[in-house]
Ligand binder design. Structure first.
Ligand SMILES: Nc1nc2c(ncn2[C@@H]2O[C@H](COP(=O)(O)OP(=O)(O)OP(=O)(O)O)[C@@H](O)[C@H]2O)c(=O)[nH]1
Length: 388
């Protein structure tokens, strides 16, 4: 099939779209993660190939092949909607999409093979593509508000894309259908090609940016948290604590150090899996008894630390005693009738004081509690007399 100059120019946009899909496939293949990249890649591949295919056809061939190119666009829209649904974790409504797709293909077949009507085909396809694309949007809109800025931008650009797809056929109405005589050189086709390429580039950029952001936040989450208990690890705790202890609004601050009693025996007697279960149970109990702005960390093996803001040592003792009682009274982590106890040392974290000195002090008090028979709390007597 000979290609004229105009067609060669018009092929630039579909080729660029196919290139973008290849970039998405490559990133997905390298990461084997973020399936929405693969789905968006499929969407761009179907859209780009269909656009390129139609660019090569003349007016009469466009009618004959309209169901084939229509199928390509519909699959492109469906994969695009699936990519978005996958990204936000909402249903993609496949049955409704299938019904819209099949109805549209029947309409395209009728208005190309039985009664040739390009205008009606354009309208039917535009509305169907817009509908398929918009299906996941309401569920995403209803998701809880707290979302990354990039995701909000992606959502609204997607909504604009749906509106653009549905309104695109209106260009034909505005221009008059005579404009369509030389289809691929019509204003409709130019708007379709430029619009598709612009939105495809925006989606590729935003989806890749979301994937990078997701990877970075996953890595920093892994860097800061203990994988077993999901509490802060020692490094992240020290970093977070340093920024809290000098904030006057958070005074007084108390530090509590907890250590599970005879944990080695639990491991040796019932195995490491049971030991892990106990660690998770204790972590959950601690997390449930403190406020959002307090810090809870796993400092090492079976040792935990709590940083309690706006809490003097006396109040910290009450909170910690509640944790101690909850741990020893619960019977879901240990075998029936077996005790699970925890010892604590509590000290004050004075404004402007040294964190490492307070940690040493808390550790000393914790080992006093251990030495005094375990399952108890030792507090800093000086701090208690100041705050008490
Ligand atoms: N299951 C499990 N065990 C761990 C983990 N990290 C450390 N441990 C074990 O925790 C045990 C800690 O033992 P010790 O330091 O002797 O302390 P203890 O037996 O609790 O004795 P006291 O603190 O004096 O009451 C060791 O056996 C470690 O192997 C973990 O992530 N999972």
């Amino acid at each position: 099939m000979p290609i004229n100059n105009a067609q060669a120019y018009l092929l630039v946009a579909p080729s660029a779209i196919v290139m973008l899909s290849l970039a998405l496939f490559t990133v997905w293949y390298l990461k084997r993660d973020h399936r929405y990249l693969l789905l968006l890649g499929c969407s761009l591949a179907f859209t780009g190939v269909s656009l390129g295919f139609q660019t090569l056809l003349d007016r009469s061939q466009i009618a004959i092949w309209s169901t084939v190119s229509g199928l390509g666009y519909l699959l492109g829209a469906w994969f695009g909607a699936r990519a978005l649904a996958d990204k936000y974790g909402v249903p993609s409504r496949p049955r409704l999409s299938l019904a819209i797709g099949l109805t549209t293909l029947a309409i395209l077949a009728f208005f190309s093979l039985v009664e040739e009507d390009l205008l009606l085909r354009i309208h039917a396809l535009g509305i169907a593509l817009g509908l398929i694309q918009v299906l996941p949007a309401p569920a995403i809109f209803k998701l809880p508000r707290k979302r990354e800025r990039l995701e909000v931008v992606l959502y609204w650009i997607y909504v604009m894309f749906c509106i653009y797809t549905m309104l695109r056929p209106a260009i034909v109405l505005a221009m008059g259908s005579a404009e369509l005589n030389n289809f691929v050189l019509s204003k409709f086709w130019v708007v379709t090609t430029i619009g598709s390429m612009t939105f495809c580039m925006l989606f590729t950029f935003l989806f890749l940016a979301c994937a990078v952001q997701g990877t970075v936040s996953k890595l920093s989450d892994e860097r800061d948290h203990d994988p077993l208990t999901e509490l802060l690890n020692r490094r992240a705790f020290l970093e977070a604590a340093e920024s809290l202890i000098n904030d006057r609004r958070l005074q007084p601050i108390s530090l509590a150090f907890g250590d599970i009693d005879h944990f080695k025996y639990i491991n040796d007697r019932w195995g490491h899996e049971r030991g892990d279960q106990v660690l998770k149970k204790v972590s959950l109990t601690m997390r449930s008894q403190v406020r959002h702005q307090d810090l809870v960390a796993r400092f090492g093996g079976e040792e935990f630390v709590l940083l309690l803001v706006n809490t003097d040592v006396k109040s910290a003792e009450q909170i910690v005693d509640r944790i101690r009682e909850l741990v020893s009274s619960s019977n879901d982590a240990m075998p029936e009738g077996q005790p699970l106890t925890i010892s604590f040392g509590i000290t004050a974290m004075p404004l402007g004081g040294s964190l490492s000195a307070a940690i040493d002090e808390g550790d000393k008090l914790l080992y006093q509690a251990k030495g005094a028979g375990r399952d108890r709390i030792c507090t800093d007597p000086v701090a208690e007399s100041v705050t008490g």
